[in-house]
Design a protein around this ligand. Structure first.
Ligand SMILES: CSCC[C@H](N)C(=O)N1CCC[C@H]1C(=O)O
Length: 349
């Protein structure tokens, strides 16, 4: 089913006759338009319109199969108002500013505005085949770049230079970095989001590299922790515990599996190694047009995995003042289990 069909199917149960889409990821999913921050989509039972402005006339025509109305507010609102009189119009509560809501109220006096939450989950959690191939390609590129850069991660090298090297190679290949690249060496490894700094990597340290490619709007995400020289016995023990938790959680991924159970499985292993408290975040997340999207692999998640979902499995252990380890793979949930899309080699320490 297309994302437009999914949205139309969800409108009745949500109590709306139309939806004004302003979340860029949902705009892109519905329209294919690659500058979704400068666009909106209006969906009614019988029509769908892409709204963007004259900077994008040619681009909208080239990229989107949807009929486009080219104008800026307030003309866009006035145009939309013609098809919204008397209708209940949903909007994305997490993505519409108070000022924008005021504008909609002013220009659509005959419509009833209804806040909707988490629309993207229903639309985008299960990927289409094209989306799966886009993410597969993004991850394959990230794997290649990681393999190229891995030999340079050594004592005397700045974290920032590792990140720059990764970013330059991604950009040369026509992609971008999916997020600020994390290169966290030695004690900085205790920061789950330790983006690359001026710190110089030292002998005997672990270095966590968390990177992804953004290609055609779709993201990949993968983490490896590597040893430079011989790490301490304590960090070796942490590394092996995280690897055990990661591999066990990966092995358990499949359709029908409760996301929360995967988090518990990994957390229990780390707890047995005395590292439960050190695992300071959730096990993973879905990925697609955003780095973080549904399903959620948190302990409190009610999500159940389905074939066609893309998820990360990324347990970590963080010891303030000492260091940290995270290992992350990107998986496609399949009818029979899963496929690991991230192929980059892991250190066997
Ligand atoms: C800022 S994007 C971070 C990408 C990373 N792979 C990731 O998703 N996480 C790192 C720590 C936990 C997890 C997160 O929830 O941010």
């Amino acid at each position: 089913m297309s994302q437009l069909e999914k949205l139309r199917q969800a409108m009745g149960p949500a109590g709306v006759d139309a939806v004004w889409i302003s979340d860029p990821a949902n705009v892109r999913a519905l329209s294919g338009f690659s500058s979704p921050k400068d666009a909106k989509v209006l969906v009614t039972a019988g029509s769908v319109t892409l709204y963007t402005d004259a900077r994008y006339t040619v681009q909208a025509q080239e990229e989107s199969p949807l009929p486009a109305f080219i104008a800026r507010p307030p003309e866009t609102y006035q145009h939309a108002a013609q098809s919204l009189s008397g209708l209940r119009v949903g909007f994305e509560a997490e993505h519409l500013t108070v000022a924008m809501l005021d504008d909609l109220r002013e220009h659509w006096p005959d419509a009833q505005l209804v806040p909707l939450r988490e629309l993207g989950r229903g639309l985008r959690m299960v990927k289409t085949q094209d989306e799966i191939e886009a993410i597969r390609a993004a991850q394959a590129l990230a794997d290649r770049v990681y393999a190229e850069v891995r030999p340079s991660i050594s004592a005397g090298v700045r974290e920032r230079d590792v990140a720059l090297d990764i970013e330059m190679r991604l950009r040369r290949a026509g992609a971008e970095s999916a997020f600020d690249i994390i290169v966290a060496s030695g004690p900085r490894g205790a920061m789950p989001h330790g983006v690359a700094s001026d710190r110089v990597i030292e002998d005997g340290e672990l270095v966590t590299i968390d990177m992804g490619a953004r290609l055609g709007g779709y993201h990949s995400d993968m983490t490896r922790t590597v040893a430079v020289g011989t790490p301490s016995d304590e960090m070796l023990r942490v590394y092996r515990a995280v690897l055990e938790a990661e591999e066990a959680a990966v092995a358990a991924v499949g359709p029908g599996v409760r996301a929360a159970d995967l988090d518990t499985l990994a957390r229990d292993i780390l707890t047995r190694h005395g590292l439960g408290e050190a695992f300071a975040h959730s096990l993973g997340h879905g990925i697609g047009l955003e780095v973080h999207e549904g399903p959620s692999l948190r302990g409190v998640s009610t999500d159940v995995l389905e074939a066609g979902m893309l998820v990360t499995i990324e347990p970590g252990a963080y010891l303030p003042g000492i260091g940290g380890v995270r290992i992350e793979d990107l998986l496609l949930v399949t009818e029979n289990g899963h496929e690991v899309l991230s192929r980059a080699e892991k250190d066997r320490l």
